[in-house]
Ligand binder design. Structure first.
Ligand SMILES: C[S@@+](CC[C@H](N)C(=O)[O-])C[C@H]1O[C@@H](n2cnc3c(N)ncnc32)[C@H](O)[C@@H]1O
Length: 389
């Protein structure tokens, strides 16, 4: 089979996608080769064939769209390839649900009618910085978050009515579960800050993965490709042994809650207070009682773990760190822990490679399973299964 790929009108200018001229099969082969090349110095029992994303079009459930231009010519879209200050005004995007174009049109018209300035990333002036959107694939529900400059006082006393008017326009046209405003005056270009408040609807939207329901709030970490995340989680569940399990870097309980059904007890830890609050809510939401979540950083937790009773029956440690990989302390403690199995979920092959150099002193690499969570981008997820020597 050689699937012809759809190429959007912004391809080459927009930084959103790569290699769209290839068929999906050709593109997957590139990624497979990349995994083999990067990990070629290790003895690996099996590098499995890459798990394709079930959908390569409209697959993302969250995207942050930058706002720029002038009030007469507003752009909403993604950064240009190689030109960070320029925005591609998206008329179509095959990464996210097509509904976004209508959302953009409503926001642009509302800005123009109310003379609201788009943000200028060079001058650090203007009002609207980002339109960030989440989409629940299961319930076809949108969460819209408008990222603005200013203050809560200014918003409450002078701007609220105008934003409520935007809300009314959005919900008239689209199925939107929730609308938030986030205030961000930082020079650095992050979309979110903690100063975030709801202006319409529910606090969260819901998603379902392999029968587990998740509440998704604006600041929740959630894997961005819902259908492929089902595959990723199935793999992790399959590779995990029974008994006690530890899920380090658990986010809002994504993996933890999937694995719970198979094990005696699982503890999830994450350094984000918000993630842990939501992880606990998600456990209650699903009536799962053999999980425990702790808000701490991996470095602190791992030191006290060795002394705990829980550690004596620990069968598997799951790690899913950020792109930087494991810190030196966590890497040393886990690789010297003697635990039978490590399941390492990684979104960065380069840092995985570095961490494996330490692991192989104590562990055999049983298999590496690449998963194409981010089709037609350079990003790749892998699950590496390590077994104690
Ligand atoms: C890739 S995400 C984990 C995703 C999660 N396993 C899931 O499937 O939803 C990485 C997580 O690591 C957390 N984190 C970052 N640094 C940390 C640290 N030093 N200790 C513990 N957690 C950390 C972040 O808050 C984030 O939730």
């Amino acid at each position: 089979m050689n699937t012809k790929n759809s190429i959007c009108m912004h391809y080459k200018t927009c930084g959103g996608c790569d290699n769209l001229e290839l068929s999906y099969e050709e593109y997957l082969k590139l990624k497979q080769d990349y995994v083999q090349t990067i990990l070629c110095d290790f003895v690996i029992e099996k590098v499995e064939e890459i798990i394709p994303s079930p959908t390569t079009k409209f697959y993302r459930n969250k995207m942050e769209f930058a706002v720029g231009g002038t009030v007469d010519n507003i752009f909403i879209g993604l950064r240009q390839k190689g030109k960070f200050s320029k925005i591609v005004d998206l008329k179509e995007c095959y990464n996210f649900h097509p509904k976004i174009i209508e959302v953009f049109d409503i926001v642009k018209l509302w800005m123009k009618e109310n003379n609201i300035l788009p943000y200028d990333i060079i001058l650090h002036k203007g009002k609207i910085r980002y339109v960030s959107i989440r989409h629940s694939k299961t319930f076809d529900d949108l969460m819209v978050n408008i990222v603005i400059t200013g203050s809560k006082y200014q918003f409450d006393y002078f701007e609220k009515k105008i934003f409520e008017n935007l809300s009314a326009k959005l919900i008239e046209k689209e199925k939107i579960g929730s609308i938030y405003v986030c205030i961000n005056n930082k020079v650095s270009d992050n979309a979110y800050t903690d100063e975030i408040f709801k202006i319409y609807g529910k606090d969260f939207i819901e998603e379902k993965i392999n029968e587990i329901k998740y509440k998704i709030f604006p600041l929740t970490f959630f894997q961005t490709n819902t259908s492929c995340c089902e595959k990723l989680y199935e793999i992790v569940v399959k590779q995990t042994e029974g008994g006690n399990v530890l899920d380090i870097y658990c986010g809002s309980g994504g993996i933890t809650l999937q694995v719970a059904k198979k094990v005696q007890k699982i503890i999830g830890i994450d350094s984000s207070k918000t993630n842990i609050l939501i992880a606990n809510e998600n456990a209650n939401f699903n009536n799962i009682s053999n999980v425990e979540f702790e808000n701490t950083n991996a470095e602190t937790f791992i030191l006290k773990l060795a002394k705990s009773k829980f550690a004596t029956e620990l069968s598997t440690i799951i790690v899913d760190p950020p792109r930087a990989g494991l810190s030196k302390r966590v890497l040393t403690e886990i690789s010297e822990s003697g635990v039978g199995k490590i399941v390492y979920v990684s979104c960065n092959l380069e840092t995985l490679k570095e961490d494996l150099k330490t692991f192989v002193r104590f562990y055999k690499i049983k298999k590496v399973i690449p998963v194409d969570m981010f089709p037609f981008t350079k990003h790749l997820e892998t699950v590496t299964v390590l077994e104690h020597k």
